[in-house]
Write a protein that binds this ligand. Structure first.
Ligand SMILES: Nc1ncnc2c1ncn2[C@@H]1O[C@H](COP(=O)(O)OP(=O)(O)OP(=O)(O)O)[C@@H](O)[C@H]1O
Ligand SMILES: O=P(O)(O)OC[C@H]1O[C@H](OP(=O)(O)OP(=O)(O)O)[C@H](O)[C@@H]1O
Length: 210
């Protein structure tokens, strides 16, 4: 008998919605909803295993075949260098990836050339500015991105905006939107071939819930 279908669920703000969509297609797991600290859950009635993975690591687990299927934001996929299938847009987890700056900054410095950019999303930022043919210095950060321009670590940031509250409370404004992001289902390339019927059926059922 083949091994269980392994599904990588993202920890954090998109975890609950991700679990809910699987619950709706009959892959509910009470223990997983109960605040357990376990990172792996085998469904009792089905050949399905869930793993709990940091959102940014989901593409890596799926790319290497440690999971057959995963859920993560389009922003995470754009940042990742993994080769994956991305068959379904789930619609939730909506946010924009933007260039933001202190209010009024562009009146004095309208261009990007010679400026510094603070961001978690180094690959996205590099591609975006390279496509514009401008020369910027990118500074890799891991969080509190909006702080960077306030303390003169960087002129601007590339970051996620959902409600806009973090920008507002820190006196920043959007200069440009790079793209809109929503959560996607991703599938390992070999799994898509070797477990085609099973994965197609899961995708079809998920699609029906949207
Ligand atoms: N306000 C938001 N901030 C960050 N991500 C958001 C927001 N709203 C929706 N998202 C989506 O949720 C996904 C997961 O975000 P989450 O903060 O849980 O994980 P993460 O980006 O890996 O952060 P962390 O470094 O805290 O683990 C993002 O990749 C993005 O697609
Ligand atoms: O538009 P909003 O609704 O305010 O959401 C956007 C903020 O949320 C995220 O930060 P997060 O909470 O993940 O903090 P961190 O970057 O410090 O990890 C993101 O990096 C923005 O700072």
């Amino acid at each position: 008998m083949s091994r269980n279908l392994v599904i990588a669920l993202p920890k954090g703000r998109i975890q609950e919605e991700s679990m809910k969509i699987f619950e709706k297609i009959g892959f509910g797991c009470e223990e997983m909803f109960s605040g357990s600290r376990k990172l792996i859950f085998h469904l009792p009635q089905q050949p399905v295993t869930f793993t709990i993975v940091r959102a940014q690591d989901v593409p890596t687990y799926v790319h290497h075949g440690a999971a057959d299927i995963g859920i993560c934001g389009k922003d995470t996929l754009e940042e990742s260098t993994c080769e994956l299938y991305e068959p379904l847009d789930l619609g939730f987890g909506g946010c924009d990836v933007v260039v933001a700056e202190p209010e009024g900054f562009s009146r004095q410095h309208p261009g990007y050339n010679g400026t510094t950019i603070g961001t978690k999303m180094v690959n996205v930022a590099e591609r975006f500015f390279a496509n514009k043919g401008v020369d910027v210095e990118i500074i890799k950060l891991y969080g509190s991105i909006e702080l960077a321009p306030l303390v003169k670590l960087a002129h601007r940031v590339v970051d996620i905006v959902e409600t806009g509250e973090t920008l507002r409370q820190n006196g920043l404004v959007v200069k440009e939107t790079i793209f809109h992001s929503t959560c996607r289902v991703i599938v390992n390339r070999n799994s898509m071939k070797n477990r085609h019927r099973q994965i197609e059926s899961v995708l079809e059922q998920m699609h029906q819930q949207l």
